[in-house]
Design a protein around this ligand. Structure first.
Ligand code: PGA
Length: 250
């Protein structure tokens, strides 16, 4: 899977150009075996829905409320996303954990809400530079994975995606080496299994953090790296398509 996280970028005109270019790029040269997904900001989800329709490109949201409905100003519920035809949602991105104070418990509640509406979830985990340098990377990843395992325990592996995104690699141009990412992915897979997630062997674990078309192939060549969650490079059609192609030759 290659998923584009557009973050808080775009407008109607530039989105249309980007959606069209990605769609036509994949229609012209299909990539069997690669699930391609774009996640625009909430106001543009219906734009994505109408431009992508039933094409090879799926679309999803970047966040979802931990609550079902009610007096939560500014929030968007899983029911609303499902109502719109949304199939995927990113949960627990490090920017939300850091900027909006999302705890492991909040992330688990959001995953639960999304699953109740039959959405697929991309659960993000990752350590900060300080945590890595203090030798705590695995402790942090373990804690973040453990928090969601009870909620996803019975979920089919097609609907669960984990994204390993070391915080120090996001938007910094500093990518984890393929070996370093592989170690983290293998740790995450093992932790899912240890927590009782039976399908841990086949769940997709994406790497995120400064993935570009130039470094994607070496990351995707690693045995436990099953694709990427792409920020900056997802905003440029040719860069994003290049990353999708790198996933196809894996
Ligand atoms: P980046 O972002 O590719 O711009 O580093 C990745 C992400 O935050 O999902």
């Amino acid at each position: 899977m290659v998923a584009g996280n557009w973050k808080m970028n775009g407008d109607i005109v530039s989105n249309e150009r980007l959606l069209n270019a990605v769609r036509h790029g994949l229609e012209g040269a299909p990539l069997p075996g690669v699930d391609v997904l774009v996640c625009p900001p909430f106001p543009y989800l219906s734009q994505a829905a109408s431009w992508l329709g039933n094409t090879a490109v799926a679309w999803g949201a970047q966040n979802v409320s931990a609550f079902p409905n009610g007096a939560y100003t500014g929030e968007v519920s899983a029911t609303m996303l499902a109502d719109l035809g949304c199939r995927w949602v990113i949960v627990g991105h490090s920017e939300r954990r850091q900027l909006s104070g999302e705890t492991d418990q909040v992330v688990a509640a959001k995953v639960e809400m999304a699953l109740a509406q039959n959405l697929g979830v991309i659960v993000c985990v990752g350590e900060t530079l300080q945590e890595r340098e203090a030798g705590q990377a695995e402790a942090v990843l373990g804690r973040q994975v453990d928090a969601v395992v009870p909620v996803v325990a019975k979920l089919a592996p097609e609907r669960l995606v984990i994204a390993y995104e070391p915080v120090w690699a996001i938007g910094t141009g500093r990518t984890a080496s393929p070996e370093m990412a592989q170690d983290a992915h293998s740790f995450i897979r093992g932790r899912l299994a240890a927590g009782g997630y039976a399908a841990a062997g086949s769940v997709r674990i994406l790497y995120g953090g400064s993935v570009k078309s130039a470094n994607a192939a070496s990351l995707f060549a690693m045995p436990d790296i099953d694709g990427g969650l792409i920020g900056g490079a997802a905003l440029v059609a040719e860069d994003f398509l290049g990353i999708c192609r790198a996933a196809a030759v894996r």
